[in-house]
Design a protein around this ligand. Structure first.
Ligand code: ATP
Ligand code: MG
Length: 426
């Protein structure tokens, strides 16, 4: 007879004989009575064995199986006042599917104090923990909701290349890779590619990995991260900020709706964010900081204190501190201000975006103004020579967003298998 694997959450709704599969979360041996707390991705259930009332073989096994071993249990589901969740299984049969070695390499108990770097060394085991699973269940809701929101709005999901022949943003923080006889790089952003799609298919979205060879090790940077990007033709910075506003509100509402258990476990109270638009000029005045510089982490924290639970769009940045491809105000090469913005949420930059330059001659002028050589950007410039509408877009860092939303101390907590200055495994 073949059984369908049943989740513990569904077993709770059943009566009589049940079969469950899962991990041995905890074992308690009170000599005449033995308990196993069995765990699967959906929840936990108590397995109770009283000596003499269940088979000696099963009773002995309940003591000999190690924590985190994978077992199959068949038995009778009973109401129980003492058991967590009000039900327990009296086992008639236990099969060990995979015996876990002991001791475990790290503490995976609910109150584990194992430090982050050690946990990441053994991430496969760290992923056994309910709290860690909660983070990634929520991250999965984020990507699903992001995709859903934009697909419903008629966006095309695109897949940009990861290996590129030259810098997409003119920066230096690139990883080089050997590509047959040529030198190539890992993409630091899908920028050029999403622009080409927006200039042909109008509305593009993607969730894609990017690589940045920044040498610094911070709590908010990874060397490989995922970005949730959009690019829209016939749109300016205001329109795409509005899209972000409603997309983030939708994502947060989906988390509140679908991840109540996970939020409780992490002790996070989420609210649909408020939204505020503030020009760069006004932001600088408000913070009393020097004009013409990027916002420091300290500035971002202060803005969060002034505007809590708010997506703060700081828009119309000075041209000088935005990338060369951001449109100067009015399409005028001499404008001091640009159509570029950053979005801040819970004290950190979650996104940058803006209107792009779609006019080849203006692009050349801006490159020169930034001290770059238009020749190095020939194919980029050429892509706008044959019918390119004005367009705008942005990019939200997935792990950064998850970190902000859940108040995680370190971005590595929001990345299943982080890559940083020192870590290339697992
Ligand atoms: P930051 O100023 O925080 O270093 P950035 O301005 O260099 O970021 P952008 O090029 O604007 O980054 O990328 C868009 C978004 O991608 C950022 O707002 C952030 O959410 C995320 N992001 C960028 N770089 C990293 C990184 N190294 N690690 C994790 N997330 C990142
Ligand atoms: Mg940025």
């Amino acid at each position: 007879m073949s059984f369908m694997r049943t989740y513990i959450k569904d077993v709770f709704k059943k009566k009589g004989k049940v079969e469950v599969y899962g991990w041995v979360h905890d074992i308690r041996d009170l000599s005449k009575i033995r308990f196993i707390i069995l765990r699967d991705i959906s929840g936990r259930i108590q397995i109770t064995g009283v000596k003499g009332k269940i088979s000696a073989k099963v009773f002995n096994l309940m003591d000999s199986v190690s924590r985190e071993s994978v077992i199959k249990v068949r038995g009778n589901l009973k109401d129980s006042k003492q058991a967590p969740g009000g039900k327990e299984i009296i086992p008639t049969e236990i099969e060990v599917i995979a015996l876990a070695e002991s001791p475990l390499l790290i503490d995976v108990g609910d109150r584990s104090k194992t430090e982050l770097s050690k946990r990441l060394d053994y991430r496969f085991l760290d992923l056994h923990r309910a709290k860690i699973q909660a983070i990634f269940k929520i991250e999965s809701t984020i990507t699903t909701a992001f995709r859903e929101y934009f697909i419903k709005k008629g966006f095309i999901e695109m897949q940009p290349p990861s290996v590129i022949s030259s810098a997409s943003e003119g920066g230096t923080e690139l990883f080089s890779v050997k590509y047959f006889e040529k030198n190539a790089y890992l993409a630091q952003s899908p920028q050029l590619y999403k622009q080409m799609v927006a200039c042909s298919m109008e509305k593009a979205m993607t969730i894609t990995p990017v690589w940045r060879a920044e040498k610094h090790n911070t709590i908010r940077h990874l060397n490989e991260c995922r970005q949730m990007d959009i690019e829209m033709a016939f749109a300016g910075q205001i329109e795409v900020m509005k899209e972000m506003e409603s997309a983030v509100k939708y994502i947060v509402s989906e988390i509140i709706k679908n991840n109540k258990k996970e939020l409780d476990l992490l002790g996070v109270k989420l609210k649909i964010p408020k939204v505020k638009y503030l020009s760069y000029d006004k932001t600088v005045k408000l913070l009393k900081i020097k004009y013409g510089e990027d916002l420091s982490p300290e500035d971002e924290r202060k803005l969060n204190e002034k505007f809590p639970d708010t997506i703060l769009f700081v828009h119309s940045w000075p041209v000088k501190i935005k990338p060369f491809y951001i449109m100067p105000k009015g399409g005028n090469v001499d404008s001091k201000l640009s159509e570029g913005f950053d979005a801040l949420y819970k004290g950190m930059e979650i996104s940058s975006g803006g209107q792009r330059i779609h006019l080849p001659s203006l692009l050349e002028k801006m490159l020169r103004k930034k001290g770059l050589n238009p020749k190095d950007f020939k194919s980029y410039i050429d892509s706008f020579k044959f019918g390119a509408p004005y367009h705008s877009g942005w990019s939200i860092g997935l792990e950064r967003f998850t970190q902000c939303l859940l108040g995680l101390d370190n971005i590595r907590e929001a990345c299943m298998f982080p890559r940083d200055r020192d870590r290339l495994t697992p």
